[in-house]
Structures are given as structure tokens and as C-alpha cells.
Design a protein around this ligand. Structure first.
Ligand code: T46
Length: 134
């Protein structure tokens, strides 16, 4: 099922002089604690390959495009992000892999928690065990 994964639109202010989109606390269903971004990603490179126990994140392709491969422990879903006015909410307990980055693409990540290494599950079998125990 796609529980735990959702596309959320980001308000867009369109003008002749260009567009502006804004992510505020109420755009996402969590309090924003951290923002980071992936850029200068070489062709063919893959990111992610882990799940989080608590962290929720909101991913936006600010520029270019990339695919997010999602797995809830039962089913795989692939979402292509390529719009700066739409983001992907990934709740906790979802395995994610990012691939097929277009050249010059930028992935903005808005996160519900500060960086905590202990929140990561980096082994897929361990992840499947973890979600089945929840
Ligand atoms: C995710 C995907 C989309 C920090 O020091 N602080 C941070 O906030 C982050 C996110 C990373 N780091 C360090 C840890 C590693 O030494 O930066 C290095 C690269 O991190 P990582 O290998 O986790 O990068 P990705 O792109 O594989 O994964 C990141 C997030 O960690 C992850 O939560 O969902 O982006």
C-alpha cells in the first residue's frame, strides 16, 4: 500500500516576472527541524538506500528530475519528482532509493528531525523485520 507516502502540492505564486513557491510549517504534517539538499549528483549515481524509524521527510525536485523508489516492506512504488511546486511526503518506516538524477537536478529535503544516525535502518532485511514488528 502507499500508506506513508503522499504527494503534496506547494503553493505557487505565478507572475510575469517568474514564479515563487513557499514551504511553510503547515505545508507538511510535521514541525520543520532541518533542511538539506542534494546537488551536483553525477549521472548514474544513487542516493538513499535506507529507512527511518521516526524521521518524516518532504522531498522536492527544485530543478531537474529524479526517481524515488519506495518500499513499505510489502510493495514497491516509484515516484518521479520533476516539479518545484509539488513534493513527496515520506513518513517513517519507508525504505527509499533515489536514482535517475537528471544533470543539474536539485533535491530539496525538509525534515521533521535533526540528523540522528541511530534513526537509520541501512539493511533491507532488518527493515522488513522492523516494519513487520510495528
Ligand atoms: C534521505 C535521503 C533523501 C549529515 O551530516 N547531516 C545530514 O543532515 C545528512 C542528511 C547527512 N549528513 C552526512 C552523513 C553522511 O556522511 O552526509 C553524508 C551523506 O549522507 P547520506 O549518505 O545519508 O546521504 P543520502 O543522500 O544517501 O541520504 C540522505 C538522507 O540521509 C536520507 O535521510 O532520505 O538523503
Amino acid at each position: 500500500s502507499n500508506n506513508g507516502v503522499q504527494i503534496i502540492s506547494i503553493p505557487k505564486i505565478e507572475e510575469r516576472r517568474g514564479n515563487l513557491s513557499v514551504i511553510e510549517n503547515d505545508t507538511v504534517p510535521f514541525d520543520i527541524k532541518r533542511v538539506y539538499y542534494l546537488y551536483d549528483v553525477p549521472t548514474g549515481s544513487e542516493r538513499g538506500g535506507h529507512a527511518h524509524k521516526d524521521l518524516q521527510q518532504f522531498l522536492v525536485a527544485l530543478s531537474g528530475s529524479f526517481d524515488v523508489v519506495l518500499n513499505d516492506g510489502k510493495e514497491e512504488t516509484i515516484v518521479t519528482l520533476n516539479k518545484p511546486y509539488e513534493g513527496l511526503l515520506i513518513k517513517s518506516g519507508i525504505w527509499r532509493e533515489l536514482r535517475n538524477f537528471s544533470s543539474g537536478s536539485i533535491c530539496l529535503v525538509v525534515a521533521s528531525e535533526v540528523y540522528i544516525e541511530e534513526d537509520y535502518i541501512r539493511d533491507f532485511d532488518e527493515f522488513v523485520e522492523y516494519v513487520n514488528r510495528r
